[in-house]
Design a protein around this ligand. Structure first.
Ligand code: GLN
Length: 529
């Protein structure tokens, strides 16, 4: 069985562990070997800690052994993530391991504590393999803004994986781990999930504690799961969700054990779609959307309808302001959050004369261009005399965006179905010199963060051989319902030909000798960008 281990879902790995067909150490070392031999050409990972992972795995095996000795009931009580390899976006603090947030300014910084989500993963016995690549401070949609070089897309090594959680999405698609965590401030889980053909979920704002997560925009950031199937995503969400006193925005809303019990049977999952009312927002089929993407999304919607859901056209009239308001609110919060990187408290510290000179040198050389752009934008939007015109106004429009969704829920619609992204993954460099072109790709994901809602992207077919995501958006705290709908879609498309297609880049990675993503970008001519 060892040769096939990386093909299994986390759920199937958990079964194999309980049946004694493999061990947590076997799972960890198989995945670690794969990362070691293949990641040069992918660069999904920033740090991998084999010794720490194997130590975690040994503890998991000991717990499995004890449960096995105690009998089937003890085995059944174990958490499904016990012994399962997990990847973490490198802005999630793990005590004693580096945490760069994809930035030079955090080079050398080692957090002295675990993030809440890491404590939760440890409590259920998950095995943390390492930290995955991201756009610097999660600012970006392609992972090209990582100070440590970009990540490639397993479906086409000349393309971006999406971002900012591109490393986690690529690692799950490449079978380096069955599940991983990312963060989503404006789409950074759903969009790379869509571009890499995996499931990615942003929970309701407040569902998961942000304690120990490097902050980008505090009123928007949420941690969430990546997985290769919906049930795995639900199990990972179950492990990390819930109130934490150390994050006052984490909500005291109960986390349902139904997350652990999504239907295994396709028939049962498909039956759950009958009678649902799904809203199709006309504003999400944006001008410039790629025809192949629109066809795949409309095909997915037709399949949901054929399975017994009612599709109703709905309107979310303030969608067009999502982008403009996000690019006021997110940079404003970022400019405040990133003020803490002063060369004294964390990471990089350049001394260049007096205190101010040291501050300017550290920030000047420590931050990359996109981060500087956001700090300047945000500082401007918050400055005296402009605050009301920009930040105050954006907050008001944000309320209108939320009210659009409230009206849809009030009309009885169970969930909104939409594209995740208007296009497939683009080639390296294609949008790097045009920040606004990059920002525009997030038009379908940003409003969900502005409204604080849960959203999930699930694979919905291919366009020109590249994955397309279907986005499902729900009312606050409706994660279980949303995941059930996602599971229903997975069930009715279980036999689709595109589900059997392997990411073509994996063959090349396995064969070896492919250039690193950084080399690919360095080789780009001016015409390519
Ligand atoms: N792409 C968006 C941005 O650049 C969203 C990023 C995110 O969700 N972290 O801000």
């Amino acid at each position: 069985m060892e040769g096939d281990l990386t093909r299994l879902t986390a759920g199937a790995m958990a079964d194999a562990l309980r049946a004694g067909e493999t061990s947590a150490v076997g799972l960890a070392s198989t995945h670690l070997d794969r990362i070691e031999s293949e990641d040069a050409g992918l660069h999904a990972w920033l740090h991998v800690d084999r010794a720490a992972a194997l130590a975690d795995a040994e503890r998991a095996d000991a717990e499995l052994g004890r449960a096995r000795a105690d009998g089937p009931q003890a085995l059944a009580r174990l958490h499904p993530l016990l012994g399962i390899p997990v990847g973490l976006k490198d802005l999630i603090s793990v005590r004693g391991r580096p945490c760069t947030a994809g930035s030079r300014i955090l080079a050398g910084y080692v957090p002295p504590y675990d993030a809440h989500v890491v404590e939760r993963l440890r409590a259920v016995g998950a095995v943390i393999l390492g930290k995955t690549n991201l756009d610097e401070f999660a600012m970006g949609s392609s992972t090209e803004h990582s100070a440590y070089g970009p990540t490639a897309n397993p479906w086409d090594l000349e393309r971006v994986p999406g971002g900012s959680s591109g490393g986690s999405a690529a690692a799950v698609a490449a079978r380096h781990v069955p599940v991983a965590l990312g963060t989503d401030t404006g789409g950074s889980i759903r969009q790379p999930g869509s571009h890499c053909g995996v499931v990615g979920m942003k929970p309701t704002y407040g569902r998961v504690s942000r304690y120990g997560i490097v902050a980008f925009a505090s009123s928007l950031d949420q941690v969430g799961p990546f997985a290769r199937d919906v049930r795995d995503a639900a199990v990972l969400l179950h492990a990390i969700a819930g109130r934490d006193e150390r994050d006052s925005t984490s909500a005291p809303v109960p986390v349902s054990d139904d997350l652990l019990a999504l239907p295994a049977s396709d028939d049962e999952a498909a039956a759950g779609l009958r009678g649902l009312r799904l809203g199709l927002p006309r504003e999400y089929f944006v001008p410039g959307m790629e025809p192949g993407v629109e066809a795949a999304v409309r095909g997915a919607v037709a399949a949901l309808e054929a399975a017994g859901a009612t599709i109703e056209e709905v309107s979310l009239p303030h969608t067009e302001y999502g982008l403009a308001t996000y690019y006021i609110v997110a940079p404003a919060e970022a400019s405040a959050n990133l003020a803490r990187y002063d060369g004294i408290r964390y990471g990089l510290s350049l001394r260049d004369g007096d205190v101010l000179a040291g501050y300017l040198a550290t920030r000047g050389r420590g931050f990359g261009p996109e981060v500087k752009r956001r700090i300047i934008l945000g500082t401007y939007a918050l400055s005296a005399g402009y605050y009301d015109a920009f930040y105050g106004k954006a907050q008001k429009v944000r309320t209108l965006i939320k009210a659009d969704f409230d009206a849809v829920w009030a009309s009885g619609v169970d969930a909104v179905v939409a594209p995740t992204s208007p296009g497939v993954a683009w080639r390296f460099g294609a949008k790097l010199d045009d920040p606004v072109a990059m920002y525009l790709t997030d038009a379908c994901t940003l409003p969900v963060n502005m409204a604080g809602l849960p959203g999930i992207s699930v694979p919905a077919g291919l366009s020109e051989g590249l994955p397309v995501g279907l986005q499902l958006i729900g009312r606050p705290w409706s994660e279980v319902d949303l995941l059930r709908i996602a599971r229903g879609h997975e069930a009715i498309t279980a036999g689709a030909a595109w589900r059997t297609v392997e990411p073509p880049g994996l063959l090349a990675l396995r064969a070896g000798g492919v250039p690193t993503p950084a080399e690919r970008v360095a080789a780009l001519g001016a015409d390519d960008r």
